[in-house]
Design a protein around this ligand. Structure first.
Ligand code: NYM
Ligand code: MG
Length: 233
């Protein structure tokens, strides 16, 4: 609609960025896949993303570190995980701008929690967060809460680096320090269906808010938003 030459048409609304976080084996992959199917069934344009994305050049380095094929300096590999998010930033923004909702399995919170859990001198939580500052922030973080003991009972961990109960306990502690105002803790020790019902409510709320034009925020940068990238010309 045009009034006095000013475009007053309501921006058609963007996609939502819904993030799943939690310790290994807490059900993120199952719940994120089911959520995408559910949203698609309701006519929402939704897509599943995961980090690390092991299929880029950087992602292949991360994969070989996680499988134990290579040893990489802890700070250097932390920066690779972050670079793996930065290299997807443009595509992420383009998808959200096109109205596509992204359901994301792990992001910068995992990045900070896993490295900080190593408790290495110099690599404290603030250092770990720094390289991811400025990335798009999720509209909702669904934290699937489960004790590492309960997660371990779920068919056990795999053989990748970090998949040990002691490490996971420390990761859980770091996650709690990262909880922010977008963080929703969901008790993941219940049945898949009970967890799913709560997950759906959170995601559908986020999708609705973004359709109405909720601004996309900048990660770990206070109230800064990326709204200038979303307004129509
Ligand atoms: N991980 C994941 C990190 O250490 N830093 C990161 O930035 C991200 C995104 O990689 N144990 C760890 C957490 C997992 C491992 O993830 C592989 P997945 O979801 O199991 O493929
Ligand atoms: Mg894993």
């Amino acid at each position: 609609m045009s009034q006095n030459g000013v475009n007053t048409a309501k921006h058609p609304g963007r996609g939502a960025f819904v993030l799943f976080e939690g310790v290994d084996r807490c059900g993120k992959t199952t719940q994120s896949q089911r959520l995408v199917q559910h949203l698609k069934g309701k006519g929402v344009d939704a897509e599943l993303w995961r980090f690390p994305d092991r299929f880029t050049a950087i992602g292949r380095m991360i994969d070989s570190y996680l499988t134990g094929e290579t040893d990489t300096d802890d700070a250097a590999v932390h920066l690779l995980f972050s670079a793996n998010r930065w290299e997807k930033r443009e595509a992420m923004l383009a998808a959200l701008r096109a109205g596509r909702t992204l359901i994301v399995d792990r992001y910068a919170y995992s990045g900070a929690a896993f490295t900080a859990a190593k408790n290495l001198p110099g690599l404290d939580l603030e250092w770990c967060k720094a390289p991811d500052k400025g990335l798009p922030a999720p509209d909702a973080v669904i934290f699937l809460a489960m004790t590492p003991e309960a997660a371990a009972l779920r068919g056990g961990y795999g053989n990748e680096r970090y998949e040990k109960e002691e490490m996971q306990r420390e990761v859980a502690r770091q996650f709690h320090l990262l909880a922010d105002d977008r963080w929703q803790t969901v008790d993941a020790a219940r049945s898949v269906e009970d967890v799913e019902a709560e997950v759906r409510r959170i995601a559908e709320d986020a999708v609705a808010c973004c359709l109405e034009g909720a601004p996309l925020r900048v990660l770990w940068a206070g109230d800064r938003t990326l709204q200038h990238l979303f307004s129509s010309p």
